[in-house]
Design a protein around this ligand. Structure first.
Ligand code: DX5
Ligand code: ZN
Length: 216
């Protein structure tokens, strides 16, 4: 199983001062930043685009874990590569040739992830597990931060963890939505290793301690 990672979601930071959000994540001693990109079509909200990612890139060495909640993610692979994303995760429910999009992500030198919504059958991810290095299980319906964790995700995590073990594979299993110390631990027990936290991270009185508890 890959080492445990906490990836704070910039969605929960002040959108008028993303640079400060980046500093907060660095000050907590973390290495990853989760960037939620929403198009107002695949999900009922709009967040920010590649220019924000490009403008943050020179400010930090954080690993940019970009989660594309877009109907046509294939159209934006090059833009996010240029902006400095290290990792692009696309949804299995979106409207694209998934295998081709994964190939395009990797050909731009980025790591590729495949994401699923809470009500999606995890078996839909099976054809892609050989070609991605991260599977993202949404534990809320994507679109907004601050929602309640949906426990049904634990079954999907367990399914993917069993697949990973059976294949001797080492792709990450990331969980995203409603993650706090308690729900994070449940996901960890189920087999997740990569924890996106927005609201709980930014609101934590001691963010470094929060991250330590999540991965302890
Ligand atoms: C939801 C996003 C999440 C979100 C998580 O659409 O993909 O990354 O920011 O936020 P919290 O931790 O507040 O549920
Ligand atoms: Zn996300």
């Amino acid at each position: 199983m890959p080492n445990a990672v906490v990836a704070p979601s910039l969605l929960a930071a002040n959108h008028g001062d993303f640079a400060q959000g980046v500093r907060i994540v660095e000050e907590a001693g973390l290495n990853w930043l989760h960037l939620d990109i929403m198009d107002g079509h695949f999900v009922p909200n709009i967040s920010f685009g590649p220019q924000v990612v490009a403008d943050l890139r020179p400010l930090t060495k954080l690993h940019f874990d970009v989660h594309l909640m877009l109907t046509n993610p294939d159209r934006f692979v090059a833009a996010f590569a240029k902006a400095g994303a290290e990792r692009l995760t696309v949804h299995v429910e979106a409207d694209h040739d998934i295998a081709q999009t994964i190939t395009a992500i990797k050909s731009h030198g980025m790591s590729a992830g495949i994401a699923m919504n809470p009500d999606t059958d995890p078996r839909r991810l099976l054809p892609y597990l050989e070609s991605v290095d991260l599977a993202l299980c949404m534990s809320v319906f994507p679109g907004f931060g601050g929602q309640a964790f949906i426990p049904a995700v634990l079954k999907s995590i367990e399914f993917l963890a069993a697949e990973r073990a059976a294949r001797g594979a080492d792709f990450r299993i990331e969980v995203d939505g409603g993650i706090n110390v308690e729900t994070g631990r449940q996901c960890r027990t189920a087999g997740a290793d990569t924890f996106v936290a927005g609201t709980a991270f930014f609101k934590a009185p001691d963010r470094a301690a929060f991250a330590r508890q999540l991965t302890a």
